[in-house]
Design a binder for this molecule. Structure first.
Ligand code: NAD
Length: 325
């Protein structure tokens, strides 16, 4: 990759922090890492990168970020787990400004390649009402009935990428991430997603000796979870590919939330007393990734097992929680 100048937007976040490191491991030497958070709040700060604090919802900031840049990876968004996106729909929709202004800035300077991180939340809710979800196919985004707020923003931004490609020749690649998890991400504070939240709750139970745990929903709702190393590999592979339409980037290993808790209990070596909060935000009933297309296009799909990935995630969260204590 040499000295090609590459921008990672949202580099202070979970996936962005890992992705900067992944690009470096491939030999990238000229990395620009941008996030709106103060640098001491970034999950990972890589000294070899040019690290900048910019609020990319503004066009001026985007213009500054793309100077001399050839490739843009847009991983910046105001987002979180179900508890966050169900209660912050307007904030989620405002992320449209980030992608719109980044595309505008990229077009103005003739950026070669643009990646946009979309989400499984674009999929039609009616196709996710059964726990036995057969896996969402790319075509299931239409007719459109996306997750309110966050999902509609993603769907709109996907289309913005498509039209910037068709009308202005900006080469865009779009992946629909399905639940990503791993170390160096959020595990408390309200934006965390189920895998990190489960690790935190189980670790707290283990450390305190209070083995009561609250689970959101009835525990039967299903999801698939992709370990972050599969995600970073997939982002780069999709960016380098000829895939010029939004494609799933997710695991097809579907589990219920109860099975996710079983895994974490097993890692921790404890059994908990589960109670179910049916009033908590719980999202769709069943969701998984159909990987037929990515298999066909790349001869690859995310394959790190949930058990392996959760072990690494649990270990990292355990260290964070015991260091803080
Ligand atoms: P994250 O919240 O950890 O990282 C996003 C980063 O974007 C944050 O550090 C945030 O400060 C930054 N950001 C927000 N607004 C910004 C702005 N105006 N200017 C500059 N930076 C800004 O989230 P993540 O899990 O790393 O997600 C990365 C991308 O992947 C997001 O677009 C997200 O919607 C998408 N995605 C993630 C998942 C998942 O499970 N983590 C699933 C589907 C899609």
């Amino acid at each position: 990759m040499g000295d090609k100048r590459i921008l990672v937007a949202g580099a202070g976040g979970f996936i962005g922090g890992h992705f900067v490191e992944y690009l470096r491991s491939l030999g990238a030497e000229n990395l620009v890492a941008v996030d709106k958070k103060p640098i001491d709040e970034w999950y990972q700060v890589h000294d070899y990168a040019t690290n900048k604090v910019l609020d990319l919802q503004y066009l001026d900031a985007c213009n500054e970020a793309v100077v001399d840049v050839q490739d843009v990876y847009n991983l910046a968004a105001d987002m979180g787990g179900m508890g966050f996106i169900e209660n912050n729909k307007a904030l989620c929709m405002l992320s449209v400004l980030i992608n719109t202004h980044l595309l505008e800035a990229a077009r103005a300077v003739g950026v070669s390649n643009f990646f946009y991180a979309s989400s499984a939340c674009v999929y039609n809710g009616e196709k996710q009402q059964d726990v036995a979800n057969p896996g969402l196919k790319e075509a299931d985004a239409y007719p459109a009935l996306a997750e309110d707020g966050y999902g509609w923003e993603k769907l709109f931004s996907e289309r913005m990428c498509r039209h910037f490609m068709e009308d202005f020749g900006v080469r865009c690649r779009v992946a629909r991430f399905h639940n990503v998890y791993g170390p160096f991400g959020t595990y408390d504070g309200g934006r965390e997603k189920a895998p990190a939240a489960m690790c935190r709750k189980v670790i707290a139970a283990k450390l305190s000796g209070n083995y009561d745990i609250e689970i959101w929903g009835d525990g039967h709702q299903t999801r698939s979870f992709m370990y972050v190393d599969d995600c970073t590999f997939g982002i780069k592979s999709i960016m380098d590919s000829h895939i010029d339409y939004p494609i799933n980037l997710g695991s097809a290993e579907m589990v219920s939330i109860n099975q996710l808790v079983d895994i974490v209990e097993d890692i921790a070596g404890i059994k908990l007393n589960r109670s179910y909060n049916l009033d908590a935000p719980k999202g769709v009933r069943g969701r998984s990734s159909d990987n037929t297309l990515i298999q066909k296009e790349l001869n690859w799909e995310p394959s790190i097992s949930l058990r392996d990935g959760m072990e690494r995630t649990y270990a990292w969260i355990y260290d964070q929680m015991t260091e803080k204590a």
